[in-house]
Write a protein that binds this ligand. Sequence first.
Ligand code: FES
Length: 215
Amino acid sequence: MKPSIRDSGRGPGRVRTRFIMYSRCPYDPGTVRMTQIPAASSSGDVPGMGRRQFMNLLTFGSVTGVALGALYPVVNYFIPPRPAGGGGGTTAKDASGNGVTLSGWLADHKEGDRSLVQGLKGDPTYLVVEGPEAIGNYGINAICTHLGCVVPWNSGANKFMCPCHGSQYDATGKVVRGPAPLSLALAHVSVENDNVFLSQWTETDFRTGDKPWWV
Ligand code: FES
């Protein structure tokens, strides 16, 4: 007789067992020997408690992660953004990404200077040095209103001159030559504890007397 495996139970509560039978006992050839091994310990059909708990935890973790990921944008939508600084503005940053301070800026830039900082929404914005101890209360967005080139300041000509198609703006950013259709956008500049901030300019454009086109 060859070794065989069979199922000893039926129904949901059954216990599967494995029987291995030999035709003869090696010490007593006249008898048949049988060895029984529980199926769960050998086949792995019924997971142990540790494995089941681990799988439950894994499922719970996955479902929770997906739910939180889906909820984040919804929750974020209802939380108003925190202002970055003075008057709800954004910190002006230099070319290295460091916050600009009034004292540091005036130490490095002379009266009449127009140099770029990183401003609202990351737009390049000129700070205007109006004297040895003051910067202007407005910044000038350097994005050309024609097709969006960054307009450099030409101190010799006392103008902003766009290299792309020749538009020109005066020292305040007012357009004086096309094809640019509009003046450069403005931003408010404020100083708090020596830190320089930029914020939205929503009032009348002092250069033209018109409503700001960029709002
Ligand atoms: S992008 Fe400045 S003139 Fe065209």
